[in-house]
Design a protein around this ligand. Structure first.
Ligand code: 1GP
Length: 261
């Protein structure tokens, strides 16, 4: 299985196993120019649905990642297993607690199957939209502003050594300044942005700072494939010098310093 290098993704589509979607629509995603599919959702995830969606996603020919937000999402066949940890949760269960529980019960969850650690990628979430399901579920405390976002990104990269810092606005378009703040402190981790992307302009604004932008809800609209195509076009026209990829190479923004407390 060759899922390519997830670090090179600039655009990804997130498919929710709890939401029905026509296999033909998923089959046409490769032609939109997106780089990868991520199977993930916050609520109502069932293993049979994930397995089914995995088969449909694999048939697209795109790299496929599964976000393991529940033990129900532990299924074979993914190129990458993304492990979410919600940094600004009010309940340690969503930071590391559920993870400890799952590892302790691994014999029952996936009997006899070793964890493919070389394909495990850690995602440190900063949940920014208080109305999102993930915010309610994890009792997240959204950051007050860009400085707090930058501090969380630093915690993720420097202290937790997370592979990905994920600025999550799920359900609504966010503040590019908050994504920029995270971009300004990161040197090694990849920066993902997701939330409310449906147009080229929105995608370009976020892709100027994030390495990877993620489109979810828009695909489920009647003009879903059109929206995905538009966001891909927006990302592609975000050239070097505007952030994004060049930023990954070591930062164009001056290194931010955390204010002493
Ligand atoms: C959700 O970040 C993704 O986890 C995408 O958000 O559904 O709002 O596009 P949307």
């Amino acid at each position: 299985m060759d899922g390519g290098d997830w670090r090179r993704w600039r655009h990804a589509v997130k498919l929710d196993p709890a939401r029905p979607i026509a296999p033909e629509v998923v089959g046409r995603l490769a032609a939109t120019g997106t780089d990868a599919l991520i199977l993930g959702g916050s609520d109502g995830i069932r293993r049979d649905a994930v397995v089914q969606l995995m088969a449909v996603a694999r048939a697209s020919g795109l790299p496929v990642a599964v976000e393991v937000s529940s033990t129900e999402a532990v299924v074979p066949g993914a190129d990458w297993y993304l492990i979410p940890m919600v940094l600004n949760t009010g309940d340690p269960r969503w930071l590391v607690g559920a993870h400890r529980e799952a590892l302790e019960r691994l014999d029952r969850i996936a009997p006899g199957i070793p964890v493919p650690w070389d394909r495990v990628v850690t995602e440190a979430y900063v949940v920014c939209n208080p109305d999102a399901t993930v915010a309610r579920l994890t009792a997240a405390r959204p950051p007050a502003g860009p400085d707090e976002v930058a501090a969380w990104a630093t915690v993720a990269e420097r202290l937790l050594r997370a592979d990905i810092v994920y600025i999550e606005y799920s359900g609504r378009y966010g503040e590019p300044a908050w994504v920029r703040a995270a971009a300004g402190v990161l040197r090694r981790a990849r920066l993902f942005y997701g939330g409310g992307l449906a147009s080229a302009e929105q995608a370009a604004a976020m892709a100027a700072w994030a390495h990877t932008v993620v489109v979810g809800n828009a695909l489920y609209r009647p003009d879903g494939l059109e929206c995905v195509r538009a966001t891909v076009a927006g990302v592609r026209r975000t050239g070097s010098g505007e952030g994004g990829e060049p930023l990954a190479a070591g930062g164009r923004l001056p290194e931010r310093r955390l204010r002493p407390v």
